[in-house]
Structure formats: C-alpha cells, structure tokens
Ligand binder design. Structure first.
Ligand code: ZN
Length: 489
C-alpha cells in the first residue's frame, strides 16, 4: 500500500517517480517499494513505460493523475506517435487498461544499440536548486538526440541499461547523477534539429486523428521539386541526395539509405527520429506534424481539373501540354475522364463456364498438327515441343491445355529431355551439312549451326543412336571426339 506520494515533476519518467518514492519513504530494500506499487512484486519496473500497478496503488494514483495522463506525459509513449493510427489507438487503449506489454503493443523499432539512462548536467543543477533533488527526465531519453534542447549542452550517459534484464532495482536519479561540468555543443544545426524533435515529442499525441504520417508527408511533397507536376511521380532519389547533403553534419544513424526514405512514404517505416528527419528537412513546423491535416484536393486532382477545364475550352492536347508544362502523354492521361465501373456483386462475371470436352475435340487436330511441325519435318530445324510454346503459338491462354486432356496427351507424346533434344538437333545439323558438301562438315560449322556449347554436345552424345543409324553415329563421333576430350577430362 502506497503510504505517501511524492510530487510528480514536469517531464519526469514514471519510473523516476517510483524510485523517489522508495528514497523518500526510506525502505531498506527495493522490493518493499515495488510491492507497494506493482502487481508483481518480483517485477523489474519498466524505465520507459508504466508497469502494471496493483489495485490499491491504482486507486491512490488515480486520485492524483489518470493512467492516460501518466502514459502521455510521463512515459516514452510519444515516441510511437507516428505509428499507424488504428494500431496506436489500440495500444493506448490496452495500456490505459494496464493490459499487455507496451514494448509489444507499440510498434517501436528495436534499437539494436544499448541504450542507457541519460541526463543533462544543467537540468540537474536547476532541479537541485529548485526541488532539492533531481529526477530522470523524459526529454533526455529520446533516441538519437544527444543535446539538451533547453541548454544546448551534451547529454551525459550513465551506465544504467534501459532494457537490461538485471534484478529488480530502482535507480534514484539524485544518487546516480554526479555534478559535472556541462559540455556545450557549438553546432547550431544539431541544436536546432534537437529542439525540433523536442518540440514534436512534447506535443500531446492526438489519438483521434486518423491521418497516417505517410499520407501527410506525401501531401507535403506537393509543390516541391520532389513531386512531378501532375503529382503522380515522386523523385525520391533526388530528395535522398538533397537530404543527405542537408544532414552532412549528422554522424548518428537515422535515414542513411534510400530505401529507408522510400519506406517512410509507403507507411512501412515510422520511427520517431526518421519521420522528424524528413519533416524537418521539408520545413514542416512541429505543430503541423503533430496535428496532420490533408489538403482538400491532391495535386493530381487539381492538375486533372485544370487540364479538363482547358480541354473544355477547346484546346487540343499539345497546346494543353504546353500550358501546364508537361508532356502531351501526361496531359492526355490527366484528361481521361473515364471512370472505372463499380463492380456489381449481384451478377457473376469473370471467367465463364466452358464446355471443355467439345473444346478439347475441336482443338485436337490443330494441336496435333502444331506438335508435328514443331518436332521437325523435312529440312526445318527441329524444335522442342513444350506445352507453353504450343499454347503460345496457337494463341491459347497460358495453362489452357491443363483443361484439355486429349490435347495435353498429344503434347506429352513428344516429351524429351534437354539432352535428347540436343542429340536430335545435332543429327539434324549433321544431315544438313553433309547433304551440301561432305568434306566441309566440321566441328565449328556444327557448333555454329546448332548454336550449342561444347558441353551441350558432350552431354547429348549418349543419345545419338536414338535419332540416327550406326554409320551416321560413327561419323559424328569422329568429327566431335577430338574437341570433346578436353571437356571430358
Ligand atoms: Zn538541460
């Protein structure tokens, strides 16, 4: 049972509050304090979120502050603010009912780097002067922000691991933090960007806003050089190039690859730092980023309307294109007023039933003839008879023969391995050349005529006798053998 509640300071982590409680009450073991607050007495209180309280603690705390407020103003919840709205709402709902693990509920990208509790030496000094003690500030724990936005000095890392699995323990800020000289950061750009992220972090998360950050960022590309005139094509590589130049002072990670930038626009990436990096680059004020609104009409809609108006006034597509500075094709596309027909679910459309049997009978002679011709007649070069090629040559849809058993059986009659086919082709080539002039049928001419590689010829040799008589076989082997010895070895 909580016997006394210390004052909860501004921007204080909930965890810090519990730690100060332990310190103020003066228990001789952490476990007593943990027992007073949490449902599980062996719990390691979460440093970033609000761990599950016991009913008594819940009742006492609720008199002072609601769980929702604790989550919004005293946990790292705002870091997840750019997640998909429905998921964020659900996570907040579950967390405010004290159900589930916030780390699983919130789509926060796993930070592979070890994160430790940090503090600002000047904030600490101020706290001690004002309250007689210091506490863990949320602002100092925003990943990849290494400056205190208020004082412009470097944040100092402790060696307290935020996600560590050590025993339940409460780290009291006032004991852990020593007084040290602040290190002032002189890079104004880094400070400004830190201030921006600080401002975004501290804006309340509006859970009723349904606009996803990817849609919002896309709308913000309008009017920039990163979106085509019609608003259909994004020039991400150009934007990436400019962005990297803009952030050349940034040594820390964040967006470093083009695909990461792409994913932010498709809604597959929404980490706090990455979104801030894009928004800051695009000059979007923190107020707009945290309460996103979409324009009534997209750039494409406005463009299409303009082209339609010009078209109605009697201009042709070339003159329209000139006026709106696009290619005539784009102007034509924009002016295509044809709307897709609404799908009518009441009537069945799509693939209709076919009488496969009669189709099978009807197509059979065609397929038989086609197969025969492909296999090779007379002087024509033999070909491999395959279902796909027969279908293609007869202009049938792909895999159609699967529905026509008789036709398919005909095709399968010609089934042969690749090596068998090569052997057949080789015999054909040999006959072609010998018919002309006996003495010129050499290895090179065979290769050239068949377009085969030496290895292919070597592979098909065992199958020769299937397609020619003994004399021909011996003759071919005589031509080929000297050249194949190297391969066999
Ligand atoms: Zn500070």
């Amino acid at each position: 049972m909580i016997v006394y509640l210390p004052e909860l300071y501004e921007d204080e982590l909930f965890y810090s509050w519990v730690a100060r409680y332990f310190c103020h009450v003066g228990y001789n073991a952490y476990v007593y304090a943990i027992e007073d607050w949490f449902r599980v007495r062996t719990i390691r209180p979460d440093m970033e979120y609000v761990s599950e309280l016991n009913p008594e603690a819940h009742a006492v705390i609720s008199k002072k502050i609601s769980i929702q407020e604790l989550i919004q103003n005293h946990s790292m919840f705002p870091l997840a603010r750019f997640a998909e709205p429905a998921r964020l709402q659900n996570a907040f709902h579950e967390m405010s009912k004290q159900r589930g693990n916030p780390h699983n509920l919130l789509p926060i990208p796993a930070d592979s780097r070890k994160r430790t509790l940090r503090y600002c030496p000047l904030c600490t000094q101020e706290d001690r002067e004002k309250y007689g003690e210091t506490y863990w500030h949320r602002s100092a724990q925003i990943p990849q922000v290494n400056i205190c936005a208020r004082h412009g000095c470097g944040l100092v890392s402790t060696d307290i691991d935020i996600k560590g699995q050590q025993k339940p323990r409460l780290y009291i800020a006032d004991i852990e933090i020593e007084e040290i000289e602040p290190e002032l950061i002189c890079d104004e750009r880094e400070l400004q960007f830190a201030r921006y992220q600080h401002a975004v972090f501290h804006k309340p998360v509006d859970l009723r806003n349904d606009i996803s950050v990817s849609d919002f960022l896309r709308s913000k590309l309008e009017g920039t050089e990163y979106l085509s005139v019609r608003g259909q094509q994004k020039n991400i590589s150009r934007m990436f190039h400019d962005m990297m130049k803009y952030y050349d002072w940034k040594k820390e990670s964040g967006i470093t690859e083009i695909h990461q930038l792409q994913k932010c626009f498709t809604g597959h990436r929404y980490s706090f730092h990455d979104i801030c990096q894009i928004a800051y680059f695009l000059n979007i004020p923190a107020e707009e980023l945290t309460a996103p609104k979409l324009p009534e009409q997209t750039q494409t809609e406005r463009f299409n309307r303009r082209v339609a108006d010009l078209s109605a006034s009697g201009l042709g597509c070339y003159r329209i294109a000139k006026q709106v500075h696009v290619s005539p094709t784009t102007a034509l596309k924009a002016n295509r007023n044809k709307q897709h027909k609404e799908h009518n679910y009441a009537t069945r459309t799509g693939t209709t039933w076919k009488d496969w049997n009669s189709l099978d009978q009807q197509l059979y002679p065609l397929v038989r003839e086609k197969c025969k011709r492909m296999y090779g007649e007379g002087d024509a070069r033999p070909r491999c008879v395959r279902q796909k090629s027969v279908e293609r040559e007869l202009g049938l849809p792909i895999k159609r023969l699967n529905y026509l058993p008789k036709c398919k059986a005909e095709v399968l009659k010609y089934r042969e391995t690749q090596e068998q086919y090569w052997a057949r082709e080789l015999v054909w080539a040999y006959r072609q050349l010998t018919e002309e002039e006996m003495e010129t049928c050499g290895f090179t001419r065979l290769l050239r005529l068949t377009n085969m590689r030496k290895a292919d010829i070597a592979a098909c040799m065992p199958f020769l006798s299937m397609f020619c008589n003994e004399d021909e076989k011996t003759s071919i082997e005589q031509i080929v053998r000297p050249y194949l010895d190297e391969i066999r070895l």
